[in-house]
Write a protein that binds this ligand. Structure first.
Ligand code: NAD
Length: 485
């Protein structure tokens, strides 16, 4: 296993590394420097067909592999990720531009936790039985679907890739997986880990390429029974339009424009510290980041002054250096999109309280893509800036006075992924939690995750839930068998 060389990424099909059948490759860019670090296969439907053949061959044996054996293999993945944390973290940072301290403490440990959690789920997944007045018994079996497609985004590359693959494998499926073409490295390295972990050939196939070509080939292939997708709402809409007429099972984890609702009675210190994180962690490129901060009128000026001061102190620069809180934006395309979002905010009359500009990296990072953490005020709920996902280090401030007004502002958006509420009043917290349109609500905390809980959004933030038994149910077909006694 060599986790330090990812200059020539290959597809992983049937337990072996393969060039794309077209022979075409794309450049892989380090966003902190703007330099090319390697090549990525530009795979097409022929590579997907080849991967499906390998998966079809592997499925009968894998679907019948006892849970204890599946547990052992998936747990070994977790051990190997832990053992190679430093190499994987460095690779993730180089590929994505996020700070090394973040990949070391969050991204890679969570990838390992995903495997360990679902390894255990394979052992504990059970199904129900119902008797009818002693006259009959129903028992429900949950069988693996067969071959499933897992498509993941660039913001938490290995973290989200494994969040899909691990339950799919634990439930006994064979997988065709595609990481984002923007951050393919750790998925490529995972293929090497898969060999050492002892996963049989063809059970996990990792094919690289773009969304419209490679991704759509996965979605369209008739032998692939389900699609688990995390990414933009636009791509989710396209995938749904392709998959729905084929009656494929679909799990769609899409965009967000999450409200952070701050009441005057909050625990100030904790709220302030956490709101900095919930706004700007990973350069604001987490679907759960709170990009619309709603603040109660009585504390608005105090909040604004302190928040802006703290945001101005966030350091932006080389993700390999520990002293920088913020790393690079993932790509030039995404950098341009964020800068356009800031321009739109200005055109709409927003006032930039801090940030608003790109940052010139120093030394090896001169060609990198960096943006100042940005805070904007003066825009209402109907403007483009508060309705569209920017997915970068940009937040807006809005004012409310009553609980009803806070709720109205929070729900004035087509997304519904997550919401964070800061108050010491349990009734306010409970009341708002029940009424806010979001699949995930945090009260007096943010991004505190328990892998057993349902994860996903409502409205344009997606369809279905991941996590815990939800994921195991998604990746299985329930069949009820009724016996008259
Ligand atoms: P994206 O939609 O551009 O790409 C995501 C993945 O889908 C990539 O692998 C891409 O190649 C593939 N893809 C794109 N178009 C496709 C198509 N037509 N058919 C099949 N596959 C296709 O998203 P992104 O820019 O990589 O990620 C950022 C987005 O992901 C943001 O909107 C963010 O909110 C969202 N996201 C959501 C969650 C969540 O859990 N809800 C988590 C992380 C990121």
């Amino acid at each position: 296993m060599n986790l330090n060389d990812y200059s020539n990424i290959q597809n992983f099909i049937g337990g072996e590394f393969h060039q794309p059948l077209s022979g075409n490759y794309m450049d892989n860019i380090d966003p902190a420097t703007g330099g090319v670090i390697g090549s990525i296969p530009a795979s097409n439907e022929k590579d997907i067909a080849k991967a499906v053949k390998a998966a079809e061959k592997a499925f009968p044996a894998w679907s019948l592999t006892p849970p204890a054996k599946r547990f052992a293999i998936l747990n070994k993945f977790a051990d190997l990720i832990d053992e190679n944390l430093e190499e994987l973290a460095l690779a993730e940072t180089t590929d994505n531009g996020k700070p090394l301290w973040l990949t070391q403490t969050v991204d890679i440990p969570r990838a390992s936790a995903n495997f360990r959690f679902f390894a255990s789920a394979a052992m504990h997944f059970a199904s129900e039985s119902h008797t009818i007045d002693g006259k009959a018994i129903n028992y429900t079996v949950r069988q693996p679907l067969g071959i499933v497609g897992c498509i993941s985004p660039w913001n938490l590359p290995l973290y989200l890739f494994t969040w899909k693959i691990a339950p799919a494998l634990a439930a006994g499926n064979c997988v065709i997986a595609k990481p984002s073409e923007v951050t393919p490295v750790t998925a490529y390295l995972l293929a090497q880990i898969s060999i050492i972990a002892g996963l049989p050939d063809g059970v996990l196939n990792i094919v690289h390429g773009t969304g419209p070509i490679t991704g759509e080939a996965i979605v369209k292939h008739p032998a692939i029974k389900a699609i688990s997708f995390t990414g933009s709402t636009k791509a989710g809409e396209r995938i749904a339009s392709l998959a729905a007429p084929m009656f494929k099972k679909l799990s769609l984890e899409l965009g967000g424009k999450n409200p952070t609702i701050i009441f005057e009675d909050c625990n100030w210190e904790k709220m302030m510290q956490t709101t900095i994180q919930s706004s700007f962690s990973n350069q604001g490129q987490i679907c759960l980041c709170g990009s619309r901060i709603l603040v109660q009128e009585s504390i608005y000026e105090k909040f604004k002054t302190e928040f802006v001061e703290k945001v101005a102190a966030l350091t932006v620069g080389d993700p390999l250096k520990e002293n920088f809180k913020q790393g690079a934006i993932v790509s030039k395309t995404h950098f341009d999109k964020i800068m356009r979002g800031i321009d739109t905010a200005k055109q709409e009359g927003g006032k930039i309280l801090v940030g608003g500009n790109s940052v010139m990296g120093k030394r090896r990072c001169e060609g990198g893509y960096f943006i100042q953490p940005t805070v904007i005020e003066g825009l209402g709920p109907d403007c483009e800036t508060n309705k569209t996902e920017i997915f970068g280090p940009v937040v807006t401030l809005q004012i409310f006075s009553t609980e009803d007004e806070a709720l109205k502002l929070a729900n004035a958006c087509d997304y519904g992924l997550a919401a964070t509420i800061w108050t010491q009043n349990i009734s306010t917290a409970n009341n708002l939690s029940l009424k806010v349109q979001a699949g995930i609500v945090w009260i007096n905390t943010w991004m505190l995750r328990d892998l057993r809980t349902p994860f996903g959004g409502m409205k344009n933030s997606g369809l279905g839930r991941e996590g815990g038994w939800e994921a195991m149910r998604f990746f299985t077909e329930a069949k009820n068998i009724c016996i008259e006694l």
